[in-house]
Ligand binder design. Structure first.
Ligand SMILES: [Zn+2]
Length: 324
């Protein structure tokens, strides 16, 4: 549920008071105190004096000393994103070239079924929820969920501005975590996944979608990629419910063509327009064998349940889902 306006921690709004109860200092995890700014209640923590800002009605609970997000820039931009995220002509053309994500919509239904088994009225954390992800309509429309949206900038669906490396929530606060097209944009994906494990309660469910054969797409905020096996190892603290690929070699080829033309023309827009006549290449993915296609997947997904015992390194060789 999006929360905006003045942050009243006294709890006049039930959804706000429920949220405040699970918040914790992103530096030391002590409870927080709401005044004109938000302060850590542990006197030994730097944020008990420095505090965290409330920007355009949204708390920014980021440990700025350990984040790529700069407090002064965030306040100056009134919580806005450093890069323009409004759908542009280029985005609409890109959607036409690259198609929509039907697999995410199917996986979203599986995610919802799994978290409802953990607990009725489950609480769901969305990491990177500034833009509603492709295929997430069912998540935002469900009336029985407590959805807490986070991102590194303020937006309609963002309740808390947060950095995934140091989540400002108490241990075990959530039954589900949804993280779609985010882990390529963080400096330390392993730290973010450890935080997801920490804020999930027993048997909590995670769903992640992460690019594999995609080119750099958010300029300075794009750091890494994962194969199916690499993604499985990243989520080694979780038991796999389902995993697979989103988009095969055909879709990856369209991406490559777009960046091939982009480099020649030095233009994002021209790259997309010149790749447009090749959009049909992605239709070949429906005939591709998934064992082979996964090695050239455009992106990979993982749906898993929080486990106490991690996978061992030697489990990884048997895990490889491709051809032997
Ligand atoms: Zn603290």
């Amino acid at each position: 549920m999006p929360i905006s306006g003045t942050y009243d921690a006294s709890g006049s709004d039930e959804s706000v008071s429920r949220l405040v109860r699970i918040l914790a200092c992103p530096r030391c995890r002590a409870p927080l105190e709401f005044r004109d700014r938000i302060f850590c209640t542990d006197a030994n923590c730097a944020y008990s004096i420095r505090g965290f800002p409330i920007i355009a009605g949204t708390p920014a609970l980021i440990d700025f000393d350990r984040s790529i997000i700069c407090e002064d820039q965030l306040v100056a931009a009134k919580g806005g994103s450093d890069i323009n995220r409004a759908p542009s002509f280029r985005d609409r053309m890109r959607a036409l070239v690259l198609g929509s994500n039907a697999i995410a919509a199917r996986n979203c239904e599986r995610f919802l079924a799994a978290i409802r088994e953990v607990k009725p009225n489950p609480r769901v954390l969305i990491v990177g929820g500034g833009l509603e992800g492709s295929g997430t309509e069912a998540l935002y429309q469900a009336h029985d969920l407590n959805v807490v949206g986070t991102d590194i900038y303020a937006a309609r669906q963002v309740a808390i501005i947060a950095d995934g490396h140091h989540l400002p929530f108490a241990d075990g606060a959530f039954e589900g975590v949804w993280i779609q097209a985010v882990l390529e944009h963080v400096l330390e994906p392993g730290e973010v996944v450890a935080e997801i494990h920490r804020v999930l309660g027993a048997n909590g469910i995670v769903y992640a979608e992460t690019p594999f054969m995609q080119q750099v797409h958010e300029r300075a905020y794009d750091f890494t990629r994962f194969s199916r096996s690499g993604h499985r190892w990243l989520f080694r603290q979780f038991e796999e419910i389902a995993a697979g690929e989103i988009g095969g070699p055909g879709q990856s080829l369209v991406w490559s063509l777009r960046y091939f033309f982009r480099a020649l023309t030095k233009s994002d827009r021209a790259g997309t327009l010149l790749a447009l006549p090749f959009f049909w290449l992605r239709y070949f993915d429906r005939w591709a064998d998934s064992r082979y296609a996964g090695d050239a997947a455009n992106a990979v997904y993982f749906l898993g349940r929080r486990a106490e015992k991690p996978l061992a390194p030697y489990d990884m060789i048997a895990y490889y889902p491709g051809p032997r």
